[in-house]
Write a protein that binds this ligand. Structure first.
Ligand SMILES: *[C@@H]1O[C@H](CO)[C@@H](O)[C@H](O)[C@H]1NC(C)=O
Ligand SMILES: *[C@@H]1O[C@H](CO)[C@@H](O)[C@H](O)[C@H]1NC(C)=O
Ligand SMILES: *[C@@H]1O[C@H](CO)[C@@H](O)[C@H](O)[C@H]1NC(C)=O
Ligand SMILES: *[C@@H]1O[C@H](CO)[C@@H](O)[C@H](O)[C@H]1NC(C)=O
Ligand SMILES: *[C@@H]1O[C@H](CO)[C@@H](O)[C@H](O)[C@H]1NC(C)=O
Length: 416
């Protein structure tokens, strides 16, 4: 990891970003882009052989990833909208967080309350009738207009200066860099098409919780099936344990073994069809909800290298298209959500329906159905700021004397 170059870039970008935040309409911000409305939804396309990704500054959001299926046909495996402005509409209605970077603190904070050095903070509670904070509050990083600070043919960097938005303490500067590559490297020995995400955040002024995450909805069957239940396998090779949650999905503090509950339904240590045990999960995604919305721990083998190196933690594969995805992370946990909250009210992308027909099949699912996708959030143990007994606070609370918070992940695509 090369922290020093991020720190240098961070300090270099500061004056311009200060202008850009928080008012997006400030004309002086236009000079560093991200200033005017059209800039907020401008698609940035990054390419390498066999992988093309598109992102927009609104939410530092991944809007599509095209990779070949087993027949060599390009498929878009990311759920979202063709028209970038639809993401703004989504925020105002469903707030799915499709493809966004979420922050300043991903997932849920119990009662929107946490304590640092004997000072108790309250942040806006935007979920479950005001009982907890989800993904940073009422206006999270997913709704911010990030500034594009670097762009090449294969990478783009979005930057955000968060000056105490949503009542979190102090200023936080984040650079979110996305890149694609098909180069053979020690981490990518087969030279597979790979997307890399690096979310690098610095607490500039005060001690604060920082836990950013990518919030990408994947559908590796390219919507050729109505759901992912019967064609998509999931493997979480390092996740023997998970965080127990209450009826509104807030951690209770208890850590459980996947073999001990729900007849092993949460056991994905070996590859398993997502639908295989889904009928045994009632209550797992909240009171009377059936499906997965669970924080699995990523327990590194004791032989593995340093805590902050990448380790493969998720494998997803569609028998329908033959597309596989392996996610490697430097984080100690991951949230898996199988879209049990979708209800067939959001249309799928017309561009993908067109592709499905062009390749000789039918258009596929017209709507995002319940269980029609999988979200993978690599992050730390959720709500760890409120559970000091877990020993995670030093990975989640950062101050001006600390190094950067880094969420680093690779998404490697293959076929079988
Ligand atoms: C981001 O930009 C859009 C369009 O210009 C605007 O409607 C929205 O309010 C902006 N977001 C924030 C948090 O200012
Ligand atoms: C790109 O994908 C095509 C079609 O699947 C494949 O034949 C080719 O070998 C791939 N190229 C690389 C560099 O992997
Ligand atoms: C819950 O949050 C409210 C502010 O929204 C606060 O007044 C109350 O003290 C909090 N309760 C606990 C137990 O932290
Ligand atoms: C899909 O899987 C579900 C859950 O395992 C099962 O109830 C259903 O019959 C399957 N549907 C098809 C078309 O195979
Ligand atoms: C999206 O919002 C509409 C309008 O409120 C609602 O009818 C629909 O059920 C929502 N869909 C999802 C997936 O939340």
């Amino acid at each position: 990891m090369h922290f020093s170059s991020y720190v240098a870039a961070a300090l270099y970008g500061l004056p311009a970003l200060a202008h850009a935040a928080p008012s997006p309409s400030s004309s002086s911000a236009a000079s560093v882009s991200g200033g005017s409305e059209s800039d907020h939804f401008k698609p940035y396309t990054i390419k390498a052989e066999n992988i093309t990704a598109t992102l927009i500054p609104y939410g530092a959001r991944l809007t599509s990833v095209l990779v070949p299926d087993r027949d060599g046909h390009l498929q878009d495996v990311v759920v979202g909208y063709d028209e970038p402005k639809e993401y703004l509409h989504d925020s105002e209605t469903n707030r799915t967080f499709f493809g966004a970077v979420v922050g300043r603190y991903a997932n849920r904070i119990k009662n929107g309350t946490f304590t640092i050095d004997d000072h108790t903070y309250h942040v806006p509670k935007n979920e479950k009738g005001g009982f907890n904070t989800l993904h940073g509050g009422k206006i999270g990083y997913d709704m911010r207009n990030w500034t594009v600070t670097a762009h090449t043919s294969s990478s783009v960097t979005f930057s955000l200066l968060d000056k105490g938005f949503q009542d979190f303490p102090g200023d936080v500067l984040t650079h979110a860099t996305f890149s694609v590559s098909t180069k053979t490297t020690p981490d990518n020995p087969k030279g597979l098409p790979q997307l890399t995400s690096k979310l690098v955040s610095l607490a500039l002024t005060e001690k604060t919780p920082i836990m950013l995450a990518n919030h990408i909805y994947w559908n590796l069957n390219a919507f050729q099936n109505p759901t992912v239940l019967n064609d998509t396998t999931l493997q979480l090779p390092l996740s023997q344990r998970y965080v127990a949650a209450d009826g509104i999905e807030v951690p209770t503090g208890t850590i459980l073994d996947v073999s001990d509950t729900h007849k092993g339904a949460l056991d994905f240590t070996s590859p398993k069809l997502i639908g295989k045990d889904v009928d045994k999960t009632t209550g797992v995604c909240g009171t009377s909800c059936t499906g997965y919305d669970t924080c699995f721990l990523v327990d590194r083998p004791s032989s593995s290298t340093a805590q902050n190196s990448l380790i493969p933690a998720v494998r997803l594969a569609s028998r329908k298209t033959g597309i596989s995805l392996e996610v490697a992370t430097n984080q100690a946990a991951l949230q898996i959500y199988d879209c049990d909250g979708q209800d067939g009210s959001i249309a799928t992308k017309k561009s993908q329906a067109k592709r499905n027909k062009a390749y000789g099949g039918n258009a596929g699912a017209e709507y995002v159905n319940q269980y029609g996708c999988v979200v993978i959030e690599t992050e730390d143990w959720i709500d760890g700021i409120n559970h000091p007994q877990w020993g995670r606070r030093s990975y989640q609370v950062f101050g001006p004397d600390d190094g950067p918070a880094i969420n680093w992940a690779t998404y490697q695509f293959g076929t079988f």
